[in-house]
Design a protein around this ligand. Structure first.
Ligand code: AN7
Length: 367
């Protein structure tokens, strides 16, 4: 190995600097970055064995605030700063608010977040609190929060950083660039969870741009999954009272709906709905057999893969990338619940090797 190969001095510089030539930034853009992107693409032999496909997991929980939102937020906050904004606002099911609060803190901006009352995971709420966001719990759902955030941004001096802001989608498309670099081409299928459908749209855009410049030879078929109780795109109508344990994607009127339908059509894509029971089964499978801990919304990518594979829609040997969007520590309670709803509690033991060995069912190795 050469000295250069051995060197560890090359540090990932965040998605804006890594992809400056492919994003709308100039020397005048103050780059607000926490080093997001560059996340691992992890081969998942357990999922490959179950499906006959070559399955990889893009682990977006490895971003600075532990979700994929950081890719778009570095762009949105950098552009907000460039435009002289003093305050940013977003509606959020949790992860966007955590990310907005962190990047705003770095940039010295005030952040305001609107979250649905009582419906965001504790890890995410604690991040927004830690980064000193002004947090308002709106007595309504996410869709109500987004309507109000847009209204405020239209009429008051606050800059909107939800994914209806195109800078967000632009930043998020970099995840597709990373996949193409890692695999040497686009995969045959790409599977993502769908809430507002911003990420679905962003991957499609990234893959389309890679194809256009010759970095890849194909577009992946874009497969997106919504929770069954919160599946407006699958049903073809707004869901007024969306309901799912996957609180991140409890969204009844997706902001990027029209863009996602275009991506779906052009990529010969698919939208499907998955029950909460199957989401939690996939959550457990990913933790126990692949070693990747995610929040429930992210596990829907795994459930979607298994559902499509069982339906015969994934040919043997196809390359499939699953994006898992948020870290399991965001919403850890789900790991501690059994399928019957009871809580897992560790076995309590005395300070005694022999007794612990007995509890573990271990036989002493003969001397
Ligand atoms: C873990 O934070 O909408 O389809 O306000 O947190 O691009 O909306 C979060 C969405 C998937 C869905 N997985 O992505 C918010 C928010 C996780 C998420 C999605 C979200 P989009």
């Amino acid at each position: 190995m050469s000295a250069e190969e051995k060197s560890t001095s090359r540090q990932w510089r965040g998605v804006i600097r890594e992809y400056a030539d492919r994003l709308d930034v100039t020397d005048a853009t103050p780059i607000v970055t926490l080093g997001e992107g560059g996340t691992p693409l992890i081969p998942a032999p357990a999922l490959s064995a179950r499906t006959g496909a070559k399955v990889y997991v893009k682990y977006e929980g490895m971003n600075p605030t532990a979700s994929f939102k950081d890719r778009g937020m570095t762009m949105a906050i950098s552009k907000a700063a460039e435009h002289g904004a003093k305050a940013v606002i977003c509606a959020s099911t949790g992860n966007t608010s955590a990310s907005a609060a962190a990047y705003a803190a770095y940039a010295g901006l005030t952040s305001v977040v609107l979250v649905p009352d009582g419906n965001i995971a504790m890890g995410k709420l604690s991040q927004a609190v830690a980064h000193n966001a002004e947090i308002l719990q709106v007595k309504g759902n996410f869709d109500d929060c987004l309507d109000i955030a847009r209204d405020l941004a239209d009429n008051y001096p606050v800059h909107l950083v939800n994914s209806v802001n195109p800078d967000r989608i632009a930043g998020q498309k970099t995840a597709a660039f990373e996949v193409v670099e890692a695999l040497g081409d686009a995969p045959d299928f790409h599977i993502v969870p769908v809430g507002n459908a911003g990420n679905y749209t962003a991957y499609f855009r990234g893959y389309s741009e890679d194809l256009a410049v010759g970095n890849s030879t194909k577009l992946p078929r874009m497969f997106g999954f919504q929770a069954a109780g919160s599946a407006p795109i699958v049903r073809g109508e707004v869901v007024r009272n969306p309901d799912t344990i996957a609180s991140a994607i409890r969204i009844g009127n997706p902001a990027s709906w029209a863009l996602a339908l275009d991506a779906h059509k052009t990529s010969d894509g698919y939208f499907g709905a998955i029950s909460d029971t199957l989401i939690l089964e996939a959550h457990r499978l990913l933790s126990t057999e692949v070693g990747i801990f995610v929040e429930p919304a992210s596990a829907i990518s795994v459930a979607g893969l298994l559902e499509r594979s069982a339906a015969g829609a994934i040919p043997a040997g196809a390359t499939v990338v699953l994006t898992v969007t948020g870290h399991g520590l965001k919403d850890p309670q789900w790991a501690l619940r059994r399928a019957d709803g009871s809580t897992v509690a560790p076995t309590v033991v005395p300070v005694d090797t022999a007794e612990i060995a007995a509890v573990l069912g271990l036989q002493k190795v003969p001397a």
